[in-house]
Write a protein that binds this ligand. Structure first.
Ligand code: SAM
Length: 317
């Protein structure tokens, strides 16, 4: 347990999908004046250096946020994208950036006033950046090192009682904040899925959360990998939402094939890394679907690495 460190993955294609959805969702929820509580059940370290040692090891941001930035010609990015994106048709390449992507890059830009993305904000900092003074943020992080880094990063914000960092099990204890006093909440559930039991724990958490607070907005990220639990998760979340009479939205982004290949000469096997991921929302804002319908095809064009690149977007209505 706990070999996962988000610093190795910060700014990759999965973060691009997750954070684009997170920002679009928050933008809508923050239109109402009443206080919003955001519960981030798996917070990570909060802030990442994309030119640092961790990010440099696998360079995942090069195929994620840095590629998007270089494509939108606003980058002085610290690393050059490693692989060419799939060929774009002229009309698609020239199309203006979809609103949700432009907004995502705008938020990343706020953390990088000199351009590029040397600093990558994780979900805690993205959320804090958008919240108003009367909103609240509850952050759960269990990894001792990441929790210490998160604490230190959050302390610099001097946000006082607005933000609580809890070194507790996000699956086990985050429901204690539901429902919040204002009865308005967004819960982001973004586990590392290091253990296959995480999938079942997501479902248990969601069942309990919906029982306590059926009108909250819930956003679950999950990896699309050849594992039955991963395949079943969105299907079971859909069943849960439908049985509860709640609306839902399911968005996926695939950037490459999931096939394990063998090098003919050396015989070495090549594992492709994470090929795809999804976001499943219960009680999503009605504004989210049209924003993603415009954004996802552009993410496929810009981040796709082979012919398997694709998206899906589905909802109850
Ligand atoms: N949400 C973050 C973001 O978007 O920037 C990334 C989170 S990362 C994918 C998952 C984090 O959950 C890791 O930092 C890991 O240490 C932490 N974690 C794992 N199990 C946990 C648990 N049961 N409760 C709270 N945090 C946990």
């Amino acid at each position: 347990m706990f070999s996962y460190r988000h610093a190795f993955h910060a700014g990759n294609h999965a973060d691009v999908l997750k954070h684009t959805v997170l920002i679009a969702t928050l933008d809508h929820l923050l239109e109402k004046e009443a206080a919003l509580t955001v519960v981030d059940t798996h917070a990570g370290a909060g802030l990442y250096r994309l030119d640092g040692d961790y990010a440099g090891t696998s360079g995942e941001a090069a195929d994620g946020v840095l590629r998007l930035l270089s494509d939108s010609k606003t980058s002085d990015s610290p690393a050059t994208p490693a692989k060419p994106a799939i060929k774009k048709a002229a009309t698609e390449a020239d199309a203006p950036l979809a609103d949700a992507i432009a907004r995502y890059l705008g938020v990343i830009g706020d953390f990088n006033p000199k351009g590029g993305a040397r600093v990558y904000p994780g979900s805690p900092f993205i959320v804090q950046h958008l919240l108003r003074d009367h909103d609240k943020l509850k952050l759960f992080e269990l990894h001792p090192t990441d929790a210490r880094t998160l604490d230190a990063n959050i302390a610099q914000l001097e946000a006082g009682r607005q933000i609580a960092v809890l070194r507790e099990d996000g699956f086990g204890s985050a429901t204690k904040f539901l429902p919040p006093p204002s009865r308005r909440a967004l819960v982001l559930m973004d586990p590392s899925y290091e253990m296959k039991t995480d999938y079942g724990r997501v479902l248990d958490f969601m069942a309990e959360a919906l029982k306590r607070f059926a009108t909250g907005t819930y956003a679950v990220w999950y990896p699309i990998i050849p594992r039955p639990e991963a395949h079943d998760l969105p299907r079971r979340l859909k069943t849960m939402a439908t049985k509860a009479g709640k609306s839902w939205l399911h968005a996926t982004l695939t950037v490459k094939s999931s096939k394990i290949t063998k090098d003919a000469a050396s015989g070495a096997t090549h594992r492709p890394g994470l090929p795809a991921s999804g976001m499943f929302l219960i009680n999503p804002p009605y504004t989210l679907k049209p924003l993603l319908a415009a954004a996802l095809p552009q993410l496929v064009q810009r981040l796709g690495q082979d012919r398997n690149a694709a998206f899906s977007l589905d909802s109850d209505g």
